[in-house]
Structure formats: C-alpha cells, structure tokens
Design a binder for this molecule. Sequence first.
Ligand code: F0G
Length: 426
Amino acid sequence: MSAQIQHLACVRCDAIHSPDEVRYRCDCGGTLDVVHDLEALAGRDLLGLFDDRRSSRVPEDRSGVWRFRELVLPGADDAIVTRGEGNTWLYDVPGVASRVGLDGLQLKHEGENPTASFKDRGMTVAISMARKLGLSRVACASTGNTSASMASYAARAGMQAVVFIPDGDIALGKLSQALAYGGRTLQLAGDFDDAMRIVEQVCAAEGIYLVNSVNPFRIEGQKAIAFELLQDRGWRVPDWIVLPGGNLGNNTAIAKGLSELRALGLIDRLPRIAVVQAAGANPLYTAWTTGADVVPVRAKTVATAIKIGSPVSWRKSLRGLRATDGVVTEVSDQQIMDAKAWVDAAGVGAEPASCATVAGIRRLVDEGVISADSDVVGVLTGHMLKDPDAVVGYHMGSLPGIVSTHANAPTKVAANLAAVRAALAD
Ligand code: F0G
C-alpha cells in the first residue's frame, strides 16, 4: 500500500517512521508528515488525469478527494470508504467582495460536503486507513464537525465511533449528527482542549484509532481542498487563500498540498495563505506576532468550531505559513457575526467559524496587506445549518455581547389579508 508513500517524518526532529504502523507522533512527541515519493510521480500529466476523472462514473474518481489519490493515499484501493466528498461550489460573491473592499471574491463552500463541513475530506482518508489497518474502533475529540464526520464515515464502514465533545458549547446541528449516525458520544466536563488531551490517552490505552488531525492521514485528505479549488479555476493559482484556524490542521494541509504541486512543477507559484483566528482563541496569532512558540490559552468565542486554545498542529501550521509567505490575523466575535450576515444574505450561508474567513479578509484589506485588486479565494468550512442558534440569536438580537447590525427578524402578524398587506407595506 505504501508504494508511493515513502515514510512518516517527524516535524520536530526529522526521525522517520513506517506508514504501515499505527502512530500519530514521533518518540520525541512531534507530529508526523506523510512523505510521498514525488520522484516517482515526476513528469506524469497528473492534472490531465485529475481533470479526466471529473467526468468518470467510478465513485473514487468522482470523489473530490480520491480523484487526487496519487497525492493523497496511493494504493488505498478496496479499503476506500467514500461518500463522494468534495465537489463543493466555488461561488463568486460580488456583494461580499464590496463589503470587504475587494474588486472580486470567490468563496469555496466546504459546507457542501456530505456531512456539511470540510472535515469529510480528511475523514474519508482516515477511515479508509483504519479499514486498511484492520481496525474496528475510531475516536476523536471535537468541537462538533469532526465528530459528525467521523460518526458518519464509521457507520458507512461498519466501525464503532467514539466521540469526545465538550459539555455545552457544541452547535446543535453537529451534536444531532453524532447522535443520529450512532456515535458513542461522551460529553466531557471540560473544553475541547481537555477532550483532545484525554482522547489521545484513551486511544493509546484502548487501541482505538485516533482520527483527529494529529493523525497524519487526515491532513492528506484535507489537502484536496487546495487541489479542487485550483481545479475549479482551471489550475490558475490565486494570490491568496484565506481560511479560519482552530486546531490548525486545515491550513497545514492546504500549504502541504500546494507545496507538493509546486515541487512537481504542476503549478508555477504558491498563493499566500492567511489564517484567521477568533480573538478569544488566538494562540497562533500571538505566536505569529511575537515570534515565539504557541502558548495555550483558555478559549472563548461565539465561533464554537474554532474555540480551541491549544492547537495540535501549530508547528506544521507555522511551517506552511512561512513556505507560502503567509500571514495570521484575528477578528472579534462582532466582526465574525457581521461577516456571517453578509455571507448568509448573499444566499450562500455558513456557520460562524467559516465567516471568520470573510471578517479576516476585511481586516487584511483595511490594513493594506491584501490589495483591492488581488485574486482572493476564501474557504467557508461549515454549513449554515450546523449552528441554527447562532443565526436565530443574531437576527432576534439575543446573542450575548453581539450587536445585531444586519438583523432580519421575523414580524408577527395577524392571520388576515389586511394585516399582512399592512406589514408588507412597512
Ligand atoms: N471551521 C470549522 C467549521 C471547523 O469545524 C473547524 C475545526 C475549523 C474551521 C478549524 O479548522 O482545526 O483545521 O484549524 N473544527 C474541529 C472539529 C476542531 O472538532 O470539528 P482547523
């Protein structure tokens, strides 16, 4: 199976490990990278192959992850567990562009994945890997989307899913999914960072396969966001890719995927990556601006998906940011919710964490980091219906600490024609 995967390499000490053993960290504690045999792929018309697969009827070709399998997990073959993930829309959003001060803006909506978040791209690979390794139990800690995705893919694969979520602070849509797909759901009396710490211990003690993004194969699947985004654009590289940062797996993955395409000569330059954190959950932003290592914080934000104070992939994330001449910024909850109102009103819609992307673009344009004529793609990471409480709370003016600048509250009206006409004339 590891025909073209050379090995796993430690991000901290460069030690090398076999890809065929269950391992998430190096003996030194560092996280691991999947290293592909890029030399074996050199000279192949991979972009042509990826384009041809888009019109194939074979499920693995139609999947927006497995379509790129040579650069994701070569040789997975019969172990593949797919729900046709990816194939998400790249929207032109002129109304949002003018709000953020850009001439134009594209948003790749990863909320259009099978379980309504970008997590499905990494999860199809992690669950396929679990099947390949002959494992029957998988687990993750989650702010909600990873657990929804894991529970679904585990059910498809006939595996038991064990979900660790923070007690409270998980959006209703996500909790519903974990329960509905049959995940054994443990609501931990703590936050995401507590859950993350404990799930690593539980998986080691119980021999359960850990599918958080500390699992290097999750990252391989998430790279496909970058591949598909470029494919949507006829492989034209944008100036910027902007996305929210929580546990920092996603920006790590996108930078890794792009660097591999560049190393193969399939693209001639790298876009710059901007990671946007919520100001109440900003350890990467602090590390970036001070030049220090990440120091955990106690996280607090309305964007519960990224309410993470101790991100697992920070070292890889910083490496990717340096490689792409990237930047990190932070935005307030108010800015996130106002940006969400723009994205929602454009008819696109996304959950709060996703809209940190748009709030971050606005800030970076205001600061002159992104120029108005730049070619910018923002990633929306989760569907609007993941967090209906945030939507209704905003429009009803009942979200604590948030001013509902763009409220669109319902009007109560008597059930007769005159009353309705009077309301419409208002
Ligand atoms: N956006 C959404 C909607 C998310 O669910 C997450 C992470 C992120 C952004 C941040 O991505 O962690 O790769 O930096 N959600 C995880 C979860 C933590 O458990 O669902 P990241």
